[in-house]
Design a protein around this ligand. Structure first.
Ligand code: BGC
Length: 497
């Protein structure tokens, strides 16, 4: 049964943090922040802005498919469709100990993965938090920090009997989840930073070479075997444990997809002489879809503000409507507009809500999943983090708004998946889509909304496409790719394809 509490008390968030709440209603206070009618009017307006009809979704899918094809044909396209030089699926026979270093959007992670074959593995890992300063500091310093963390990890995991003896070198898969154009698997030129990173002296450079320099500086007994995108790692790791997986997607701080393509369908690398019947993983970098021209996606004025005030205006147009880095900010901008219009929080000091990116996307998840009639979680969020009191009508409005924004993100995600499915002809036989990232794993109902979106696009056949929680692509996937690369190297087909 749902609890309905009045008065004051405390509430525990899923994180374990305790929030104080105090309920307040129009009747009790005689001080309505806004009439119900005004709120309903605004909600209707926002509903029409944020809702995606099945017809609109199908149009997006068509444009998306075209962008995928163009990216495979020519270099330097909006959706770059990056050849990864990861050839085909794992055999399930790969084995050995591999290090994986994962530089994602929020954390730095170091893993030791023992790949045991037959879909089995063991993993030991340490996580290090990246500060906002590090994301904007000189690129070489960032890689030095990665090497330093790796050093600490090796020292604590390889001491005593396990000590790495020269000249033995541990193979390392480096998961670097930003768009890099690759000419071979252990090389990658950063096209652009995404997810709020801006470290100077990195874009346009080979990040693998930069990281090797840091490895040398710290004299680490490590060989950088493969540079990997998190989606490619997720694709391979998910296929390793379930071969029905054909596509991998990340819905986290950033958003992207990878899939396996036949080399004959990648015209832009036709001159390299690779066997056309072989397969190569493609890192789509689909977060860039519809960037610059903004022709196809339903951008609201709030999305335009998010884009224009970001460190990369015009870029990552699709990602900015979907990923965890931006959803909280979109909601905050709607709230700020209604504060300016005198609709919300009349007479209260709202300065805490006026700080860009102060409204975490995790709050949207919490608001949508608040199980109480009084919406106590929402009371707690606004009073604890932003020092404002809310009426029940406002809280219902916030929850409805979170739902609109979260649902639009999921339905747009379905459009991206549908574009790959339709391009590859996977609809009739069906396939699994390995999915990872905080939005997919933690946002209530996100996977169901993606599935509903697929049915809206494809009709009943859309049910043949199922997303499922992926294996850890950045750790396990990275290790599997390092293992596959080692096999190729030992067979003498490395590094010249
Ligand atoms: C990056 C991708 C990455 C995705 C998910 C995006 O911002 O451009 O390379 O796969 O985030 O982490």
């Amino acid at each position: 049964m749902v609890a309905s509490r009045r008065g004051s008390g405390t509430l525990t968030l899923p994180s374990g943090q305790t929030l104080a709440y105090h309920t307040r209603t129009h009747d009790e206070e005689g001080l309505p922040h806004a009439t119900k009618k005004t709120m309903a009017d605004h909600l209707r307006r926002l509903e029409s802005l944020f809702t995606l009809t099945p017809q609109r979704m199908r149009m997006i899918v068509e444009a998306f498919k075209e962008a995928l094809e163009t990216g495979l044909e020519k270099n330097d396209q909006v959706v770059p469709m990056i050849p990864t030089y990861v050839f085909g699926w794992p055999t399930s026979k790969e084995q050995g100990d591999f290090l994986a270093l994962d530089l994602g959007g929020t954390n730095l992670r170091v893993c030791l993965v023992t790949v045991q074959g037959n879909g089995q593995f063991e993993l030991t890992q340490s996580k290090y938090r990246l500060t906002e300063e590090q994301k904007q500091d000189d690129g070489q310093k960032l890689f030095d920090f990665c090497a330093e963390c790796l050093k600490t990890f090796i020292e604590s995991n390889f001491s005593g009997e396990n000590e790495v003896k020269a000249p033995a070198k541990l193979p390392l898969g480096f998961t670097f989840s930003y768009p890099c154009s690759q000419a071979k698997i252990d090389h990658g030129v950063l096209i652009r930073w995404t997810k709020g990173f801006g470290a100077p002296n990195t874009e346009g450079n080979d990040v693998a070479a930069m990281f090797r320099k840091s490895l040398e500086k710290y004299q680490l007994p490590v060989t950088l075997t493969a540079l990997i995108n998190d989606t490619t790692g997720t694709l391979l790791a998910s296929h390793y444990v379930n071969p029905k997986t054909k596509i991998a997607v990340i819905f986290g701080t950033g958003c992207n997809a990878a899939y396996m393509e036949r080399v004959e369908n990648i015209p832009k690398i036709s001159k390299l002489g690779i066997d056309p019947s072989s397969e190569m993983a493609i890192n789509c970098e689909w977060g860039a879809f519809d960037s610059f021209e903004h022709e196809h996606l339903p951008r609201t004025k709030y999305d335009t503000i998010v884009d224009e005030s970001s460190n990369k205006p015009g870029e990552q147009a699709f990602e900015k409507l979907i990923s965890g880095r931006y959803l909280g900010e979109i909601l905050r901008l709607v709230i700020c507009e209604l504060i300016d219009d005198g609709v919300l929080f009349l007479g209260q000091n709202t300065y805490k809500l006026e700080v860009a990116y102060c409204f975490d996307t995790a709050f949207l998840s919490l608001m949508e999943s608040d199980p109480t009639d009084e919406l106590l979680m929402i009371i707690g969020i606004f009073s604890h983090f932003f020092a404002v009191e809310t009426t029940l009508a406002e809280r219902q409005f916030f929850r409805a708004l979170a739902k609109l924004i979260g649902k639009r993100a999921a339905r747009l995600s379905a459009c991206g998946i549908a574009a790959i499915v339709s391009k590859m002809g996977y609809l009739d036989e069906g396939c699994l889509v390995g999915a990872d990232g905080s939005l997919y794993n933690k946002y209530p109902g996100f996977p169901d909304r993606v599935h509903e979106g697929l049915v809206d696009i494809f009709g009943d056949k859309g049910r043949n496409i199922l997303t499922c929680r992926a294996e850890d692509g950045s750790g396990v996937g990275s290790a599997i790719i390092a293992a596959m690369t080692k096999v190729r190297k030992d067979a003498g087909i490395y590094p010249d394809l």
